[in-house]
Ligand binder design. Sequence first.
Ligand code: NAP
Length: 267
Amino acid sequence: MTDEKHSGLFDLTGRVALVTGCSRGLGQYFARALAGAGADLVVTSRDLDSLAEFEAEVKGTGCRVLPLALDVRREQSIAAMVQAAYDHYGRIDILVNNAGCNVRKSSVEISWDDWNLVLDTNLRGTFFTAREVARRMIPAGYGRIINIGSVTSVFGYAGLAPYCASRGGTRQLTMSLADEWGRYGITINCLAPGWFKTAQNAVMYEDSQWVDYLTDRIPLKRPGNPDDLDGAVVFLASESSRYVTGQTLLVDGGISTGATRALPGRD
Ligand SMILES: NC(=O)c1ccc[n+]([C@@H]2O[C@H](COP(=O)([O-])OP(=O)(O)OC[C@H]3O[C@@H](n4cnc5c(N)ncnc54)[C@H](OP(=O)(O)O)[C@@H]3O)[C@@H](O)[C@H]2O)c1
């Protein structure tokens, strides 16, 4: 990491960032980007062992990192994880609410349990993790909360009804909490990625016809690479976004700009 990258408005030196869901996928990219800007990390998974490789990688860059177990579907797990993070560092300045899941099915096939899994993880988990961290950020008078939404925070897609409902809710939740906690020096924004290939959706990218269809509808003519999100997460975590709160920042290659939303046949 060069001094140039640590300079000015984007410098996170001395900050502690908690990123949920770091065993794979976008969470690891968010954590790397924040560490690259100087932050120390708390990273989580339901399975601590699955964090070992990532922990070693990040430690190798000179960053302090604390791996913790977290299941966002369990209130006690959230409380214990946040307490352990504070016991270790004495602060959390940045929360990236990234843990999430999806069930892809025709809506008539969605079960009660499917619905609960997606909504409990993506929406209830996001709220209660934010609540637990905000209880400490409020007395500290400072915080940056980044809720990971999706292009489905603003559009619906066939075959993704519970997911879209959860991510639309994530956007509304972000606005409500921004209204409520701004007075305490906490900003809360929703970072909404478009289409990025990760474990959660890898099977879709095996269908080359669908990838061509998708690519054609993205103005920048390619699906996202996870590191395309680095700048946005550092922006929302740093002083550079100090007067930005309650917003949804779409990082989607432009797919939300026009008549690009129809991706039929995925149910
Ligand atoms: N990939 C995309 O194109 C895309 C687009 C828009 C938004 N997003 C959002 O970005 C986030 C990350 O997506 P991804 O594609 O990187 O997914 P992923 O590869 O499936 O990773 C999901 C992460 O969430 C964690 N997680 C799942 N259920 C959890 C639970 N109950 N408690 C705690 N952690 C849990 C997983 O950890 P463990 O299983 O190890 O516990 C894992 O680390 C999600 O919120 C997703 O909705 C993704």
